[in-house]
Design a protein around this ligand. Structure first.
Ligand code: AP5
Length: 219
């Protein structure tokens, strides 16, 4: 089944499951997933100029400056009609820049999916998250642990904790989210493309809820 023409933004607090759901949809529908967090973490790992600029913000749970992020997204969506944005936009300025870019092409966003999860569940999920530094697979030691002790099921590499998944940094990320990103809910609600999905429950149930929204709204 072709799913061309979907231009989706995943919005939600840290740890809501945006990356998990964006990866599943990307595989299922064959649409490119663009995760600013993943791109930045890879840049930090490689020690590139972008990584050097971004690291101090990320480690503190603060936002990387808008100009850097907007430039990054322009490169990523160049020449493609369908995409899932995970972790972008995060400020009104980023959202306006995205709208301008897509308006120039006559291909606006089709869906903004807000995945809602309460704060206490977020802290529980993020303190238990582990990632594979080699292939990027994401685990949760409570909800979806690896088969073998802290080793990646896909490539066998020892799993690590993200440097911003310490409880003090998680609390700061939640504060930064409330101050900067939560305002995007109103921004998009007024545009008629905003859909809220309950992010609690099994991963596959959340995915079904998201697919329902995408299906209904395309008709
Ligand atoms: P980023 O990587 O985007 O972090 P985030 O928004 O804080 O989101 P997370 O990746 O923590 O959570 P998620 O919602 O993707 O959850 P996940 O699916 O992993 O950004 C990191 C940093 O980069 C920022 O702090 C900032 O510095 C910078 N940055 C990035 N984009 C930027 C931008 N646009 N502007 C400025 N700066 C930017 O799930 C979390 C855990 O829960 C996992 O363990 C998972 O297995 C588990 N889980 C998922 N779903 C479920 C479920 N249904 N039930 C139980 N467990 C679940």
């Amino acid at each position: 089944m072709a799913h061309n023409g979907y231009r989706i933004v995943f919005l939600g607090p840290p740890g809501a499951g945006k990356g998990t759901q964006a990866s599943l949809l990307s595989q299922k529908y064959g649409i490119k997933k663009i995760s600013t967090g993943d791109i930045l973490r890879e840049a930090v790992r490689r020690g590139s100029e972008l990584g050097k600029k971004a690291k101090k913000y990320m480690d503190a749970g603060e936002l990387v400056p808008d100009d850097i992020i907007i430039g990054l997204i322009e490169e990523q969506i160049e020449g493609i009609d369908s995409f899932i944005l995970d972790g972008f936009p995060r400020t009104i300025r980023q959202a306006e820049a995205l709208d301008d870019l897509l308006a120039e092409r006559g291909k606006p966003l089709t869906h903004v999916v807000f995945v809602s999860v309460p704060d206490e569940e977020i802290v529980r999920r993020l303190t238990a998250r582990r990632i594979c530094p080699n292939c990027g697979a994401v685990y949760n030691m409570v909800y979806s642990p690896p088969k073998r002790d802290e080793l990646c099921d896909v490539c066998g590499t020892p799993l690590v904790q993200r440097s911003d998944d310490r409880e003090d940094v998680i609390r700061n990320r939640l504060r930064v989210y409330a101050e900067n990103t939560a305002t995007l809910i109103d921004y998009y609600r007024g545009k008629g493309i905003f859909y809220e999905v309950n992010g609690l429950g099994r991963v596959e149930d959340v995915l079904s809820r998201i697919e329902e929204v995408l299906k209904v709204q395309r008709t």
